[in-house]
Ligand binder design. Sequence first.
Ligand SMILES: C[S@@+](CC[C@H](N)C(=O)[O-])C[C@H]1O[C@@H](n2cnc3c(N)ncnc32)[C@H](O)[C@@H]1O
Length: 254
Amino acid sequence: MPTTGAKPAGAVDEASAAQSVQQMFNSIAPRYDLLNHLLSANIDRLWWRRTARRFRSTLANPNAAILDICCGTGDMTLALLKHRPNGARPVLAADFARAMLSRGAQKFAARQRGTATAIALEADALHLPIQSGSLDLIVSAFGFRNLANYKAGLREFHRVLKPGGHLGILDFSEPGGLLGKAYAVYFHRVLPAIGRLVYGAAGPYNYLPTSVGNFPPPPEMLSLLRATGYDQATWQPYTFGIAGLYTARRADVA
Ligand SMILES: C[S@@+](CC[C@H](N)C(=O)[O-])C[C@H]1O[C@@H](n2cnc3c(N)ncnc32)[C@H](O)[C@@H]1O
């Protein structure tokens, strides 16, 4: 059966899947940044920066309306802000896990006065409190994979984007070949063990490799993007395909 969305252990439907994801991120929020950088050897910073660079022409427009959805503790948002001119319209940074979002909000508040900033918004990616056809760019880093319904997520992003607006989805992938085999050992065995040690419970770091395994592979994601009203859909692998960036444009005719 094709994957429709994230299915954390024990979830029986989309509502319980979303609730379980929300609870999980609220519970790991205090250690999220530390574990993230530790487990990725800081490569995550390069991935966020590279994603932001991909959209630098939109980011350079001070009037562009931009959303970082599933922003978590805000590091993708901070990478986007580096490309925003001073005095630019604030970037909207949204997440439904309050404990993650409040950490992001603290980082945004700590930015120097006069520099471009972000507004933290508690919101569900599948039901955005945002006017239809109003955004120039939506970016999501390591968040989309956690949605309870991928098609519904892409439809909701399509609704709020302007025709011609751009979407960027950065997420993990499963590399093939020999490297893929070695990486699978790290991802499925070593990473959950470190996660358990630092975090003190198995759940979240068992969920991560499982969720990546269930996430549609690039050809399927590209078809899904095209089927939900996007054109110019591409996938750019990062770091041998451990992660990658999907980009697409809301087609002019909805
Ligand atoms: C792995 S974290 C990524 C955070 C950040 N973007 C980063 O790159 O570090 C995934 C985030 O997605 C959020 N998330 C998952 N499903 C969501 C939904 N339906 N609506 C809003 N946020 C959601 C979680 O709360 C969590 O903060």
